[in-house]
Write a protein that binds this ligand. Structure first.
Ligand code: CUA
Length: 329
């Protein structure tokens, strides 16, 4: 009975648990042409690796079975073999051919992955500056609109991403799997990547380079919306921003401040800041976030170095309306 139960248990486990568990190890469904190219290359290489794995492991098992000792004496030697030219040529030539095929395929796919598609007539491509910071993503649109951690982008339009990190920061890596491969955000260097999502939707990803204590919380979302909706969002956001937008303030608080100090300012890896007079003092707050602080109260990094006045104002206005309560959850 027990002999039957164990394999039955495994079969049940494989049937019920495994598909959903394994689904997490497969690449996400690509929603942009460059992500599609990456997936195609991945699948193409997988065909060879799986075939080679089956061949090698199959032969291994077959040989173990065929040449098992049986009743032969333990120290009896097998027949001596001197060279096998055909076999040696095959196991040298075979891998060379496989590697050549893979290389040709990947190099053929590469331009579609790397090169930003040229904009079609009358349709401009959008350029967004992406800055990786400890521990948030800051996005800047051509009209000066700023967003934190959540990017809004139009569908059907090539979006060029100019990715960097401030000199005072560390290396991060931009990665939204459904929208293409990773690209590093390196201090003092500007990298470029792109995506073109034809289907509106919300695509998530996260920083893919260990960048410090809160690396795991450095998530990013790209909300792809229809073109007209995007245009309206961008124009509206610009107006709001010039009026001290609470939206930008909320994003900035949640993205740049709360990851260390807690959503309610209750403290985390950074100290409790709920009730701190600095939060209600625009000048003091601006000086602190732009320059950071080292001293007996502890080290505060310059999380807001380079923030313009609109972003500071937005943060101050948001904190004025929504003072952190200090009570988590
Ligand atoms: Cu930024 Cu990890």
């Amino acid at each position: 009975m027990r002999r039957l139960l164990v394999p039955a248990g495994f079969a049940l486990f494989a049937a019920v648990v495994a598909p959903s568990a394994f689904a997490q190890f497969t690449p996400v469904v690509p929603e942009s042409k460059n992500a599609d190219g990456i997936r195609t290359s991945y699948l193409f290489i997988t065909i060879f690796t799986v075939a080679i794995f089956l061949l090698v492991e199959g032969l291994l098992i077959a040989f173990i079975w065929k040449y098992r000792r049986r009743k032969r004496p333990r120290f009896e030697d097998g027949a001596p073999i001197h060279g096998a030219t055909k076999l040696e040529l095959a196991w040298t030539g075979g891998p060379v051919i496989v590697l050549f095929i893979i290389a040709v395929f990947v190099f053929a796919e590469l331009p579609g992955i790397k090169n930003i598609p040229t904009a079609t007539a009358g349709e401009e491509q959008l350029e967004i500056k992406v800055t990786g910071r400890q521990f948030y993503w800051q996005f800047e649109y051509p009209n000066g609109v700023i967003a934190v951690d959540t990017m809004v982008a139009p569908s059907g339009v090539p979006v060029k991403l100019v990715v960097t990190s401030p000199d005072s920061d560390v290396i991060h890596s931009w990665w939204i799997p459904a929208l293409g491969g990773k690209i590093d955000a390196i201090p003092g260097r500007v990298n470029q990547t792109w995506f073109q999502a034809d289907k509106p939707g919300s695509y998530t990803g996260q920083c893919a380079e260990l960048c410090g204590l809160e690396h795991a919380r450095m998530l990013a979302t790209v909300n792809v919306v229809p073109r007209s909706e995007f245009d309206a969002w961008l124009a509206n956001r610009r107006t709001q921003q010039s009026q001290g937008s609470l939206d930008l303030g909320k994003e900035t608080w949640e993205g740049a401040c709360a990851k260390c100090h807690g959503l309610a300012g209750e403290g985390g890896i950074g100290p409790r800041i709920a009730g701190s007079p600095t939060l209600a003092d625009p000048k003091a707050l601006a000086t602190l976030v732009r320059n950071g602080r080292t001293g007996p109260q502890g080290v505060m990094p310059a999380v807001g170095a380079g923030w313009n006045d609109q972003q500071i104002t937005a943060l101050v206005n948001y904190l004025k309306e929504n003072p952190p309560s200090g009570n988590a959850g």
